[in-house]
Design a protein around this ligand. Structure first.
Ligand code: 25A
Ligand code: L14
Length: 340
């Protein structure tokens, strides 16, 4: 790859028309990532559609095996099956793939990276770098500095996940259910097994034989890999709520050593990428509506869990399409090009 002083990199976004892909394009522009040429790919459904980047209209092309010639960095967000099918072609063209799907996250020779937590892992990539699951990213950004101080033994997390995690079709479904309700029409149900409007659905991803869902196991396994510590125990319950953007999480953490809520607050206030909002007496705590379309991971409701020797409870909120997906992917690309 060329040096950062050169004109820029040839970048592709795969899944460019989706909920995450459109944010990837916007974040590349907003952060002024050095792009000399941007190529946009999606399925044949979107071929010919135009999307804006730095005042230019770029035509979306159908993704094929030959799409990656000359591309230096490809940001993938078109689902795990598309990643499995097309990432090998990208790698054999010499493209570095930053993949937002779950396809390669747990593979031994694929780094799983949150730049605030384990930027050093980017170095050993062999063509693919995986972007972690959105619920996991926001949790580890907040917990890593606390782990460094007091060593985490066990995490119990419950998530309240927005519909945008499922993609743009699910966002439209929540909106159309709201409209149908207002108009007194029959509520359309297509994406989720139940109505999501006015509801909470404790099912994200497939259920496994253990009774846990795929999303819950992503939080267990990815947390250990990103933190580089297999001894951290994680129990997760993941639920869908009728929110358009930003996931909220109730996180209970047990530590090896003493850590007070005030210490945690002070450390988190100094942590890059984290904003502490913790003034409950004034009704101030992180909210999905306020986190939506913003970059930080917000932490609040920091309090002592008196049921164990060294425990804290926290409320963590972040925009799942940004830090949970597009922003983290672009930050990985920024780290990657630092080496050249
Ligand atoms: O396969 P998975 O892993 O189960 O993933 C399922 C979906 O989850 C989203 C994403 O939805 C994905 O399709 N997703 C995956 N990982 C995610 C993550 N980490 C995630 N969401 C958030 N965080 P999406 O609709 O938001 O984005 C899909 C993008 O992928 C492109 N795509 C699909 N098949 C492709 C492909 N690109 C290349 N080759 C293929 N074979 C897709 O482009 C979009 O950019 P598109 O052209 O198919 O979609 C244009 C519009 O059409 C809608 N749409 C999507 N699927 C269908 C559809 N319309 C009708 N029928 C469909 N089956 C989309 O809403 C989009 O607006
Ligand atoms: O693994 O539906 O990155 O909210 C993240 C979003 C899995 C699905 C992942 C959702 C996806 C999840």
């Amino acid at each position: 790859m060329r040096c950062k002083h050169c004109r820029g990199y040839k970048v592709a976004v795969v899944g460019a028309t989706g909920a995450v892909g459109t944010e990837m394009i916007r974040v590349l522009e907003e952060r002024n990532f050095p792009v000399s040429e941007l190529k946009l790919f999606a399925s044949s459904r979107s071929a010919g559609k135009k999307l804006g980047f730095k005042g230019e209209q770029i035509t979306v092309c159908e993704l094929t095996q030959n799409s990656f010639e000359g591309i230096e960095i490809a940001l993938f967000s078109a689902g795990a099956s598309r990643s499995k099918e097309f990432a090998p072609y990208a790698v054999s063209s010499g493209t570095v793939v930053i993949d937002n799907s779950s396809a390669f996250r747990m593979e031994k020779d694929v780094p799983l990276v949150v730049p605030e937590v384990n930027p050093q892992d980017i170095k050993w990539h062999k063509g693919i770098i995986a972007n972690p699951n959105c619920s996991t990213i926001q949790m580890v950004v907040a917990l890593k500095p606390l782990h460094d101080l007091a060593e985490i033994k066990r995490i119990v997390v419950i998530t309240y996940q927005s519909v945008s995690g499922t993609g743009s079709k699910a966002m439209r479904e929540l909106e159309s259910q709201a409209k149908a309700y207002i108009n007194g029409d029959k509520i359309p149900i297509e994406v989720y097994p139940h109505q999501i409007l006015f509801n909470v659905i404790p099912e994200i991803g497939k259920f496994l034989d253990t009774g846990y869902s795929e999303e819950e196991m992503k939080m267990v396994n990815e947390t250990k890999k990103i933190m580089g510590d297999d001894s951290i125990r994680v129990a997760a319950t993941t639920a869908r709520v009728p929110v358009l953007r930003a996931h909220s999480e109730a996180v209970n953490v047990e530590f090896e050593r003493e850590i007070t809520p005030q210490q945690a607050r002070e450390i988190l206030q100094k942590t890059p990428g984290v904003v502490v909002i913790d003034n409950p007496a004034n009704h101030e705590y992180p909210l999905a509506i306020n986190a939506s379309r913003t970059d930080p991971v917000y932490v609040g409701r920091i309090r002592k869990d008196t049921s164990v020797e060294h425990g804290l409870d926290l409320w963590i909120v972040s925009d799942n399409l940004l830090k949970g997906a597009a922003l983290n992917a672009v930050q990985i690309a920024e780290e990657l090009i630092k080496e050249f």
